[in-house]
Design a protein around this ligand. Sequence first.
Ligand code: V47
Length: 360
Amino acid sequence: MDVLDRAINGDNLSVEELSRLYEYDIFTLGKFADEVRRKKYNDKVFFNMNRHINPSNICADVCKFCAFSASRKNPNPYEMSIDEILSQAISSYKRGAKEVHIVSAHNPNYTYQWFLDLFSEVKKALPHIHLKAMTAAEVDYLDRKFGIGYQKVLEDIAKAGVDSMPGGGAEIFDEKVRKHVCNGKVSSQRWIEIHKYWHSLGKMSNCTMLFGHIENRQNRIDHMLRIKNAQQDLNIVESKKGGFNAFIPLLYQRQNNYLKVEEFPSGQEILKTISIARIILDNVPHIKAYWATLSMNLALVAQEFGADDMDGTIEAESIQSAGGAKSKSGMGRDEMIAQIKNAGFRAIERDSLYNELQEW
Ligand code: V47
C-alpha cells in the first residue's frame, strides 16, 4: 500500500512518512480529502454568527509574526474596559451574534480578577450567548504572572462562564521554529497540557496552526500529529464530552511584522496542507478554512479540499487584519450565505459546538 492509502487507513505513520503526502498532486490529495469530508458532512458548509472582541493590544510577549501587538509594529496601543466590551457584546447579540470570541494580547495591566469579572459580567448580561475565550497562551500567561497554576485558571474561567476555548497560541509546535517566531510564549507541551486539562473538565476547544512563514512541511505534519495524539489520549482517558472540535490552519499574514519570510506558499501548497490535515486528523471532527486568513475565495475552494467550515461573520477583527487580511469589519450574514451557496454547497448556520441551527 502506498502512503496515501495507509494514511487514509489510519495507520500509525511517522512524520517522515506522512510528509510524503505532499508529493501527491493536488487533485489526488483533494479527491481523498473531499471523500472523507463528504462522508461526514456531504455538501454542507458550516458558519456561525459570531463577534470577535480583542480587549487590548498591549502585550508582554514579543512574537515576531504579530502585527497586532502595540509592543511590536502597531503604533496605537489600546485597552478596553469591561463596560466597553460588554456594550460591544450586547450590541452584537442584538444584531444576531450567538457567540462572542474574546481574545486579548497579554496585557500586564489587567488583573486576574479582571478576567473573571469580565466573563461573569458577559454571562450575566447575555446568559444565552456562547462565550469562547482565552487562548492557552493567555491561560499560561496568567498562570506565570500570578503563580496560580493553569488548572486553577481553567477551573476559574469555566466557573466564571467561559464555554469553550479558541485554538489560538498554538503557532507551530516544533520547538526550534517556535523559539524563532515566538520565543517566551507558552511552550508547545504546555499548550497541549492546557487543552487536555480543559477537555478533562468536559469542555471543547479548537486548535490552530500558524503556517506559511518559516516552517517546513515536516513541521506542519509534526504539528498535526501532536494534535491527533492529544485528542487520542483524551478518547482513551476521558469519558466526559470534551476535546478538540475544529482544526484551523491559519495562513500567515505578512504585513507589519518582524518575521523575515523569503517565500510564501502557493495556493496549491495551502490547499494541499488543508487536504492533508483532513486526512491525518481523522479524530478531529471539523477542519475550518478561516476566511479571514485565507481570503473568502480560497476558503470556499478549500471546502472541496477537505474543509467543512468557514468560521463566521466576525463583525470586527484586529489580529489578522493588522497583518494585511481583509477581515477588519467581518462579513454580513447574507453575503456569507450567498457565497457558500454560489460555490455549490448548502449553507448551514451552526452554534459554537457545531450543533446545526438552520439551513439557509
Ligand atoms: O494565535 C497572529 C494568529 C491567532 C498573525 O478557535 C496570525 O475558532 C496570521 O487563534 N498572520 C489568533 N495569523 C486567532 C485565532 C483564531 C481565529 C479564528 C478562530 C479561532 C477559533 C481562533 O492569530 C494567534 C496567531 O496564531 N496570528 N498574527 C499573522 N500575522
